[in-house]
Design a protein around this ligand. Structure first.
Ligand SMILES: [Zn+2]
Length: 53
């Protein structure tokens, strides 16, 4: 299980970083549209901050 914590307190959990990326993409689009993150930025975020759980 891979996990990433959004600064808003929302926790995203996925089987791998690809799933985490999809979940993070949806979460940012739904809850943080003002961040205007590109796919690349979301991927970098996942690569940098996700951890095993
Ligand atoms: Zn969030």
């Amino acid at each position: 299980m891979r996990v990433i914590d959004c600064p808003c307190g929302h926790r995203l959990e996925g089987a791998d970083d690809d799933e985490l990326f999809r979940l993070a993409r949806e979460h940012v689009d739904r809850d943080h549209p003002e961040m205007q993150r590109s796919d690349e930025e979301v991927r970098e975020r996942v690569a940098a901050d996700a951890y095993d759980a």
